[in-house]
Design a protein. Structure first.
Length: 429
């Protein structure tokens, strides 16, 4: 008994450095990974049990007790009492079982403590490595879940690294990516400066979540307006649509659910304060706030602002928009941008025509149905025209003035008068 006690004491003394290492490891992991010590112990316990099953077989029944303060680990295996041992992880000889329980018999199940030295430092280290892997995976899952909830929201970060293809943004717990395609051409980035962006994608990868940001997405503008305009946040004013040419111009259709609230005025704000705050955030991109209407013609006319519109006519799947000649360049916009955005916002094809061009188009469309005999032209002139195959107003108006002078033998002033009278006749027909 004394010899046994001595062996046990020696073994305990031998385990002390290992126990201290384990205790320090548990505390260190808990602190670095910002998790509870109990969670670390439970995960380490599970890793040791998994290692024992790999060593002794899947049917091994193990119980692991860990004392975090002292770093003491006790491992117990449930073993069947047998005459001859074939599997030391599942079986124990009767004579060995008697040391644990003098009354043990073949067929009983004994709870046998596995010496820590037999478990081995390598096994403990492997278990701790597995623990770290599990904690990292748990962290990655937690981060992915956290940022998945932020998808579709605006986040604020710091420009960390500026590359040719992308900008790395520090969001605190994670780094996000802002690719060149998702950057505004009017943006100017500097390392260390704060930046707002829209989370449009979150991917799960083996090294953790990959967060993709955007400053060009239409929803980024929607969220900025929602932040700046209380009426939108409260649901009094609703955004019906957004058409955006990132960095240049955007059009936003808004509608009020309260007759007393002007949706455009609410978005623009007193002295344009609200919309200017939004424009500042998107690096000077112009934003047109358009009042939505159920009537497509009314809505299209508003969407083409700041141009003044004379008339909107639907022809098949296209809307013809007639504007005063002086407003044509405004309606089209630089490089056709204004009409393109209006078309996107109204979800229809738009063709812009000057009033004079539209008048000519209408006149030429009707002219073939107006016979030459119905025109207020001298009969002799009519006969000359008909003799040259000109039988209606369309034929006449398609002839150059010089040719008409030659055919009718009239001076240019009179030919011009004939042309003008013909146009008026057709327009009024």
């Amino acid at each position: 008994m004394k010899a046994g006690a001595t062996d046990s004491a020696g073994k305990h003394h031998q385990d002390r450095p290992m126990n201290k290492d384990i205790s320090n490891l548990i505390v260190q992991i808990a602190r670095i990974r910002n998790v509870d010590v109990t969670y670390v112990c439970e995960t380490l316990r599970a890793s040791i049990v998994a290692g024992l099953k790999r060593r002794f077989g899947a049917e091994t029944e193990a119980d692991v007790e860990i004392e975090p303060d002292s770093g003491t680990i006790r491992v117990y295996l449930a073993k069947d009492v047998v005459e001859r041992v074939d599997n030391p992880g599942r079986q124990i000889a009767v004579k060995d079982a008697h040391r644990i329980s003098p009354t043990a018999q073949v067929g009983d199940v004994i709870r046998d403590e596995l010496p820590l030295d037999e478990l081995g430092r390598i096994a403990i280290r492997k278990a701790s490595d597995e623990l770290l892997l599990k904690l990292r995976e748990a962290e990655r899952t937690k981060l992915f879940d956290e940022f998945s909830k932020k998808k579709g929201e605006i986040v604020t970060g710091t420009v960390q690294k500026i590359g040719r293809e992308e900008i790395i943004v520090n969001l605190g717990l994670i780094e996000a990516v802002l690719t060149t395609r998702e950057q505004l051409k009017s943006d100017h980035y500097r390392q260390g400066l704060p930046i707002k962006a829209y989370v449009h994608r979150v991917d799960k990868t083996p090294i953790g979540p990959r967060v993709y940001l955007s400053r060009t997405h239409p929803e980024f503008l929607r969220k900025l307006l929602s932040r700046e305009v209380p009426e939108i946040k409260e649901g009094v004013v609703e955004i019906k649509g957004i058409a955006r040419s990132p960095g240049f111009r955007s059009k936003v259709a808004v509608n009020s659910l309260d007759d007393k609230v002007d949706p455009v005025g609410a978005c623009v704000g007193y002295r344009k304060s609200r919309i200017e705050n939004v424009i500042k955030e998107i690096s000077g991109e112009k934003v047109d706030i358009v009042q939505w209407s159920r009537d497509p013609q009314v809505f299209i006319a508003r969407a083409l602002g700041p141009a003044k519109v004379s008339e909107v006519i639907k022809e098949g799947d296209t809307h013809i928009v007639v504007v005063p000649d002086a407003e044509f360049s405004i309606a089209i916009g630089k490089k056709g941008q204004n009409v393109w955005l209006a078309s996107l916002l109204a979800a229809t094809k738009i063709e812009v025509l000057k009033e004079t061009d539209y008048r000519n188009r209408v006149i030429m469309g009707k002219a073939a149905r107006v016979e030459i005999d119905t025109l207020s032209i001298d009969d002799a002139v009519k006969e000359k025209l008909k003799s040259h195959g000109i039988s209606n107003a369309f034929d006449l108006l398609n002839q150059p003035a010089e040719e008409l002078c030659r055919l009718t033998e009239l001076p240019p002033e009179q030919v011009e008068q004939v042309i003008q009278q013909t146009r008026e006749k057709v327009w009024l027909s």
